[in-house]
Ligand binder design. Sequence first.
Ligand SMILES: [Cu+2]
Length: 286
Amino acid sequence: MKNRIRLLTMLLLASISMNIHLSAQDTLWINTGEWHQSMDTMSVLRYNASAVFDTSNVALINPEETALLLTVINNDSQAHTFALDGLDNFGVEILPADTITFEVPPMAAGTYRYFSNNQRGTYLGLSGILKVGLNMPNQFHWNLSDCMPERMDSVDVEGELLDEEPYVPRYFSINSYTYPNTTLDTNGLVALNLGDSCTISIVNSGFMDHVLHFHGFHVKYLTTTIQSSRIGWIKDTVPVLQGEAITLLLVANQVGIYPVHNHNLIAVTNSGFYPGGMLTLINITP
Ligand SMILES: [Cu+2]
C-alpha cells in the first residue's frame, strides 16, 4: 500500500514536472533466462526492452536535462530494487509480477549505471547502461561483467550467497558476450568509417576493477561517475572501477582492425582458455 502511495506521489510529481521539463518515457522488463558459456549454464536476470529474454541488458537512451518516466516490470519470482547513479535508491521494492513507474529527474549528459542493488539482482546480472544526451550519430557501449558460476548458483538456488570459496571468476564479458562472440555484437564492436567519431559508454557491472587497453587509438574521457579528475585526459589505457560509468570519445583517424582488451590477461580467457573474455575489435574502413 505504501508503495502505491509512493507511486502516486511520484506520478503526481512527474505530471507537474512535465509542464516544466521535457519528458520522455521508457519501459524495462526484468526477465529470467539462461546464459551459456563453455561448459557452464547459468541462471541469470536481465533488464530487457520487452518481455522476451535477451542475454544483454538493454541500454537506455535519454536526452539531456529531460525527465524520464521509467516503468519497470518484474517478471522474476523475487522482489527487486531499482537504483541509478547519482540518485539514492528509491527504496521501493518491485514485487514479483508487479510494475512500478519511477521518475528519473533531468540529468547532465553522460553515461550512468542503473541496477538492482539486492544480492539476487547483483549476482545474477541486473545492471545496465543509461546514456544521457550523447548527441553523436555513432554510439557504442560496453557493459563489463565478471562472474563465478558457483556463486550465481548459490544465490539462485539457496536464495543467498552461501559459497565461502574465494572469488575466482570464470567468465569476463562485454554486453554478456565473451570473445570471440564479442565480434558479433553490433553494440560493442566499434565499426566506423575513416574520419568519423563515436562515443563509447562503459559501465563496470562486475565484482572487480577492470583495465581496458586500446590498440591503435587514444581515447578521450568525456564523463565519468567516479574518477572525475580524468575528464579531458587522452589515453590508450582506461581503468574502470567497480560500478563506474565512463563516456569516451574515439576519433577514427586510421584504417584497420585493432583489438581492445582487458589488460589483466586472466580476463581475456573463457573458463581458463585464452583467448576469450573481454576482448573486442575496432574496425575502421576507408
Ligand atoms: Cu594491449
